[in-house]
Design a protein around this ligand. Structure first.
Ligand SMILES: *[C@@H]1O[C@H](CO)[C@@H](O)[C@H](O)[C@H]1NC(C)=O
Ligand SMILES: *[C@@H]1O[C@H](CO)[C@@H](O)[C@H](O)[C@H]1NC(C)=O
Ligand SMILES: *[C@@H]1O[C@H](CO)[C@@H](O)[C@H](O)[C@H]1NC(C)=O
Length: 402
């Protein structure tokens, strides 16, 4: 087979998967930064005179590449930022900003993040396009998505999980009572885990055929720490080259706390950040937030649930992820955390965004549940790039056929 030309392989692939009826319907839970968000404005004030204070029609807040240009990016930051409310101990939108995620249930909000400028904001399109063209899936019917406001952690996700529960049931009934394949990417994996742990075994046995995780951030990622200190695009969208611009709003998101490296995966003597004066481990987040002059994050971190545990999710799992891509492991801020200081980064193994040990989280449930756990590595499979990798798509289709 090794010498067979690629084109022949492709034709074989197409022939082998024409019986689309037996394929499980799909519900996708995307990752951080991976859903469009729309907003309306009714603000009393703005820090910048050039930003709209009133905007009565829904407009695209995320992702609007236009809004990332100099000057207007200040408006984006001010509107997309979230606040910690010390009275209610919850996260909320900036005052006067109303948001929604468009088209829940369909795939519109996760294919292209910028609905107007496609080339740069590509996300799930190649993956979804491949499934519709080669395996007969239909958007909005057998292939659905559960986009969400990725700025918030699961405790602050409003009625998202009730809606996801209903969407899974509806997808099951709309497709001739076939159990569904849950597919989660990146932060979608711990988000889905939170969900699965809150469903009864009976419900999962009936509605969930299996769970495919792709590039799952099971135990957090050092890149989330980088995002707090210096800003980081977190892999989405890759063309943004000025992380410090993102930092202003990104570090206000409780989802960023949700994906910090977690003490189930990093031990107390593993340094993740160092300066000439001291080192920080996963036990030192409170001090780190103090030292980067962003102490509010201490309170936000306390709101956020710890999702990963030894207790398995109780569904069959296909765990797919890449390795052999340089991934930040230790951040060295030689001269401290002054604004605009960017660290020397020591790299380790992972998918470029998530560290290998975190991606491997699903393996730790092996033998702890009766449902199978199948795991597969994709060498050089980059965190988001893996969604267009033919080997990954082939593996997903094989899983869907079972
Ligand atoms: C916090 O939430 C309460 C209750 O919803 C609200 O009345 C108050 O204005 C909020 N505080 C801030 C600072 O927004
Ligand atoms: C889902 O979106 C596609 C376009 O991306 C559209 O063609 C289809 O009609 C939508 N399906 C539903 C059920 O809304
Ligand atoms: C699906 O299940 C529902 C409720 O159990 C039943 O009413 C319906 O006839 C079933 N549909 C099919 C196509 O089997």
């Amino acid at each position: 087979m090794a010498s067979m030309p690629n084109i022949l392989k492709r034709i074989l692939l197409l022939i082998c998967i024409d019986n689309s009826l037996s394929l499980a319907p799909i519900v996708i839970v995307p990752g951080i930064g991976g859903s469009q968000i729309e907003a309306k404005l009714n603000r009393d004030q703005s820090t910048y005179y050039w930003c709209y204070k009133q905007y009565p029609n829904w407009f695209t807040l995320w992702l609007s590449i236009e809004e990332l240009f100099p000057i207007v990016e200040k408006c984006l930051a001010e509107n997309i930022k979230t606040n910690y409310n010390d009275t209610t101990k919850t996260m909320e939108n900036a005052k006067g900003v109303y948001t929604r995620v468009p088209d829940f249930g369909n795939t519109t909000a996760i294919e292209w993040l910028d609905p107007y400028i496609h080339f740069a904001g590509v996300y799930f399109f190649p993956f979804i396009d491949a499934l519709t063209r080669t395996a007969g899936y239909v958007r909005g019917k057998s292939l659905r998505a559960a986009p969400y406001d990725f700025r918030y952690d699961p405790h602050n996700a409003g009625d998202y999980f009730e809606n996801l529960h209903l969407l899974i049931e509806k997808t099951y009934y709309d497709n001739g009572n076939q159990s569904i394949m849950l597919i989660s990417h990146s932060m979608g994996a711990p988000y889905s885990l939170y969900f699965l742990k809150r469903q009864t075994q009976e419900w999962k046995d009936k509605f969930i055929r299996a769970w495919i995780t792709i590039s799952g951030v099971f135990g957090g990622s050092v890149k989330a720490v980088l995002a707090y200190i210096s800003g980081d695009s977190f892999g989405i969208p890759y063309f943004l080259d000025s992380p410090i611009k993102l930092r202003e709003f990104q570090r206000s998101f409780s989802s960023l706390s949700f994906i910090l490296p977690n003490s189930n995966f990093w031990n107390d003597n593993e340094v993740i950040v160092k300066t000439n004066d001291r080192s920080y481990t996963v036990k030192d987040y409170d001090t780190l937030f103090e030292d980067i002059n962003y102490p509010i994050a201490q309170k936000i971190l306390k709101l956020v649930p710890e999702v990963w545990s030894n207790e398995p999710p109780g569904v069959k799992i296909y765990c797919f992820y890449g390795n052999l891509v340089e991934t930040p492991e230790v951040l060295y801020y030689k001269s401290g955390f002054a604004k605009d200081n960017y660290p020397n980064i020591y790299y380790g193994d992972g998918d470029g965004t998530v560290n290998l040990k975190s991606l491997e989280g699903c393996k730790l449930w092996q033998g702890k549940q009766k449902q199978q756990i199948i795991h597969r590595l994709f060498p050089m499979g980059e965190h988001n790039g893996i969604l267009q990798n033919p080997h990954l798509i082939r593996s997903v289709i094989e899983a869907l056929e079972q």
